[in-house]
Design a protein around this ligand. Structure first.
Ligand SMILES: [Zn+2]
Length: 87
């Protein structure tokens, strides 16, 4: 996993990009506290079991950008590419 900081809320999480479509994100307590989207989601749904893990939209964008820029290592970069390339 690689550390990555959310461009929006500065929460630092650990990210593992398995492929273009599959990303694992590991939040620690500090990052959860720093992320506004995550704390909003939490206060809106207190203690509801079975709720999917809240996500930060900005962080998802940050991950995508980092992957495209080559700043984030992708374990299996083939075969799907986010952008079609001309031949
Ligand atoms: Zn965030």
């Amino acid at each position: 996993m690689q550390p990555l900081q959310c461009a929006e809320c500065r929460a630092e999480v650990l990210v593992r990009k398995n492929s273009w479509e599959h990303t694992s994100v590991q939040w620690n307590a500090e990052a959860r506290a720093a992320c506004r989207e995550l704390s909003n989601a939490r206060s809106g749904n207190p203690d509801r079991p079975g709720l999917p893990l809240p996500r930060c939209g900005k962080l998802t964008e940050t991950i995508e950008t980092a992957a495209r820029d080559g700043r984030l290592e992708i374990a299996d970069p083939a075969p799907v590419r986010p952008l079609a390339e001309s031949h």
